[in-house]
Design a protein. Structure first.
Length: 413
């Protein structure tokens, strides 16, 4: 140093002062948040990493980002992380920075991460892996992007999928339950088909024999029996006929569960046929049926016939004695539905029974007052449900009843 000239010494001093000024500016920049810096030890040698941001607001954005943001060196070392990622790892910032990312990845996910990381070295990659946090698995979705040539690092965005996976598991559980219910339903349908066969043949055959033999006895030997005995035989026949009607009605109800192909159906033609079947006798002259123009819909024609046949039969059954029956059938658009109303001036019913009347075997009157099985309106409800609609009953005692049929204007088959 003694051999150096005064000019050389002054030049070195100037260089040192310049470097010192630059260092002071860097320190001030770090304090101001214009430069992110941290130190970590590699092979017992301290090294400094600085990531200079172009905008302080951008730095704040990353820090407040609702997802993890990490920069990795090319050997997988964490050189930067925002607070979200360290919170996700349930660890302090100081214990995350300078560690290898593989330290926080579930061992089973490391091969998948390495493949994604290697792909990101030359561009971008995305995928799902699992982190390991305090012995627990945290599913995450990661997006990796190479930051070359500006920085020899890989940027990684981490999205916590714990809630998504939890909801997905719930959905999957419901899906499994639904599949099990569908299996049970299919089994129930098979059992119902078996019941239908039994009801059609095995159950009705004994009833037919009871009726046949009772009628033969009454035809050939009724004069030999007392009046009480003949009355007993008549009650047996009547009871067996009622049971046969109930079995037939149950069969009709069970058939509503079968899948039928829907076709374009003109309800005007359906009503024309149904009304003709009801008004074919001398005693029907005091029945007036007024029908509006009805829509054409996608439906099962036979089920539509049964629907309106049951509704008309219901109105005729519960008419007032000695007063001409008036039935009005109207249609109108009610948002996404066709609303078809079948109203009458019959005996009506209390509105508190507006739901009960659609249940199986539910009757508001005894069979001695009005005949029937109590299944007709239940069949109507099932038919409307099959067509993705709904049915509503409105009663007014002594003034009549109305049944509102709602059928979607666009019914998918």
């Amino acid at each position: 140093m003694q051999n150096e000239s005064r000019e050389e010494l002054l030049l070195k001093i100037a260089n040192l002062e310049s470097r010192l000024a630059e260092s002071e500016q860097l320190i001030e920049a770090i304090k101001a948040g214009e430069v992110d810096a941290f130190a970590f030890n590699t092979d017992a040698t301290p090294e400094i990493y600085t990531l200079q941001t172009g905008d302080y607001a951008y730095r704040l954005l990353i820090e407040e980002f609702g997802e993890g943001a990490v920069n990795l060196s090319e050997d997988g070392l964490i050189v930067y992380t925002n607070s979200y990622f360290s919170e996700l790892l349930q660890s302090k910032y100081e214990k995350v920075i300078g560690c290898f990312i593989s330290d926080f990845i579930e061992p089973a996910s490391i091969p998948a991460f390495k493949a994604l990381f290697e792909k990101a070295m030359n561009g971008k990659s995305k995928g799902e892996i699992n982190l390991q946090v305090n012995g627990k698995i945290v599913p995450v979705y990661i997006s990796l992007t190479s930051l070359r040539p500006n920085l020899a690092t890989v940027g990684m965005i981490i999205t916590d999928q714990s809630e998504i996976k939890k909801h997905q598991e719930i959905v999957n559980r419901y899906q499994r339950d639904l599949e099990n219910k569908n299996t049970e339903l299919a089994q129930s349908n098979l059992e119902l088909d078996s019941f239908s066969y039994i009801a059609s043949h095995d159950l009705q055959e004994p009833l037919r024999k009871i009726q046949t033999f009772c009628q033969r006895i009454m035809e050939t030997s009724s004069q030999e029996f007392s009046e009480t005995t003949n009355d007993y035989f008549e009650r047996i026949v009547n009871a067996s006929q009622r049971m046969q009607h109930m079995i037939s009605s149950l069969l009709d109800y069970s058939r509503m569960n079968s899948v039928h192909e829907k076709t374009s159906t003109d309800l005007n033609e359906i009503l024309k046929e149904v009304v003709a079947n009801h008004l074919d006798g001398e005693g029907d002259r005091d029945i007036q049926i007024k029908i509006d123009r009805l829509p054409q819909i996608l439906a099962v024609p036979d089920q539509m016939k049964q629907l309106f046949n049951n509704l008309l039969s219901n109105a005729i059954k519960y008419r007032k004695t000695g007063i001409p029956l008036e039935i009005n059938i109207q249609s109108e658009i009610a948002e996404e539905f066709w609303k078809i109303t079948v109203s009458d001036n019959g005996i009506g019913f209390e509105q508190k029974y507006g739901v009960k009347i659609f249940e199986l075997f539910q009757r508001l009157h005894s069979r001695f007052e009005y005949e029937g099985t109590g299944i007709g309106l239940a069949i109507c409800k099932k038919i409307v449900q099959n067509h993705k609609g709904h049915l509503k009953g409105i009663g007014n005692p002594g003034l009549g009843a109305s049944f509102e049929v709602y059928l979607p204007r666009n019914i998918s088959s």
